[in-house]
Design a protein around this ligand. Sequence first.
Ligand SMILES: CC(C)(COP(=O)(O)OP(=O)(O)OC[C@H]1O[C@@H](n2cnc3c(N)ncnc32)[C@H](O)[C@@H]1OP(=O)(O)O)[C@@H](O)C(=O)NCCC(=O)NCCS
Length: 104
Amino acid sequence: MAQLYISQDMLSDFKKEFGLEQYNVCELGGNLVLPEYRGRGITTELQTIELELAQKLDFDYIISMAHPDNISSQKTLEKVGLKFVKETKLNNGFLRKLYMLRLK
Ligand SMILES: CC(C)(COP(=O)(O)OP(=O)(O)OC[C@H]1O[C@@H](n2cnc3c(N)ncnc32)[C@H](O)[C@@H]1OP(=O)(O)O)[C@@H](O)C(=O)NCCC(=O)NCCS
């Protein structure tokens, strides 16, 4: 499973966290692969498709977040070109590493 979140209302708190309030932003998230299929490049492939879709949909930035201990999640984001921005505690209290990529 891989999801691309596009609702600007839903992303408004995250956009603030990234300093991207004035831009059209989408988010990579909701990644889940059955344990026996992990490490075969499935998420990397799905996120590559999502990036192409985000470009077609004319978004300015694509963002994502990963738990600091979730190495495979961070690796997939880095493999498709997202850059680490900072580590932060979100409004909901969860610690997350923030990643983003400018699309145009
Ligand atoms: C995160 C998740 C979606 C990744 O899916 P995946 O299809 O296995 O990812 P990929 O195979 O595309 O890439 C994983 C990369 O992490 C690497 N990796 C995994 N565990 C690692 C570790 N402990 N140390 C270093 N690298 C690690 C893999 O080697 C691979 O990199 P490579 O292709 O360069 O070798 C999957 O692990 C998962 O479902 N986890 C549980 C749910 C979750 O945490 N979701 C993310 C939060 S929304």
